[in-house]
Design a protein around this ligand. Structure first.
Ligand code: HEC
Length: 200
């Protein structure tokens, strides 16, 4: 009898130990604690009919830090921008020799110096490094009708340049996605500087 108990004990220990596997979960009591219902990110789910897809923002929502441009993409919008829109950066004071060096000139210079590399990346390919409308694509006759910034007939100004960058104009595309609001204004400052230099 005693040896039978011994054998039983050994057998139970053997069975219990041999079933333990450290690499996998063993007996689980209340398994929903370990294996909670998982909703896959963006996966199927009964709460929303189209799963957990990113919700469409409420109409009229704007991203943080984004400043909407209320003027529309039309000829009237262009004229309105030309007449009313002013740069939030330093005022585009004339940068001729007569202009004494002032604090304001320095601020403006800081703006157009930041606009300069952006201009080289996005605009110079058509408009030319000097803004004379003779960029590489024009030289290779890939695009026609690129104006010089000094074109008197167009008489571009800060508002009209901003509108053009924002929406594009005819065969020129919009650069609203490539440039942030501040960067657009820095490019505007640089275009005005090029215009000034061309008119010298
Ligand atoms: C693919 C070539 C191309 C690129 C790149 C390009 N433009 Fe233009 N741009 C044009 C053409 C073509 C016009 C003439 C549009 C028209 O009036 O029909 C123009 C016109 C303009 C005008 C004059 C619009 C007016 O008021 O008459 C400005 C200012 C201007 N571009 C600025 C820029 C700036 C700033 C960039 C860079 C962010 C840029 N462009 C990039 C082709 C280009």
């Amino acid at each position: 009898m005693k040896s039978l108990i011994k054998i039983l004990v050994v057998a139970i220990v053997f069975v219990a130990v041999s079933c333990k596997n450290d690499s996998a979960p063993n007996y689980q009591y209340m398994p929903n604690m370990y294996e909670s219902v998982g909703y896959e990110t963006y996966g199927e789910n009964e709460l929303y009919e189209n799963g957990m897809a990113a919700r469409t923002p409420v109409a009229g929502s704007i991203p943080r830090g984004y400043v909407p441009f209320d003027i529309e993409n039309s000829t009237e919008g262009y004229e309105l921008a030309k007449a009313t829109v002013k740069s939030p950066l330093a005022p585009p004071i004339p940068l001729d020799e007569a202009q004494p060096e002032s604090e304001a000139t320095d601020v403006l210079r800081a703006d157009y110096e930041k606009g300069s590399p952006l201009y080289s990346i996005y605009c110079a390919i058509c408009h030319g490094v000097k803004g004379d409308g003779k960029g590489k694509l024009v030289q290779r006759e890939k695009i026609l009708g690129v104006p010089s910034y000094a074109d008197a007939g167009r008489a571009i100004n800060e508002g009209s340049i901003y509108h053009t960058i924002y929406y594009g104009k005819n065969s020129m595309g919009s650069y609203a996605n490539q440039l942030s609001e501040e960067e657009r204004w820095q490019v505007v400052a640089y275009v005005l500087k090029l215009k000034k230099d061309l008119e010298k």
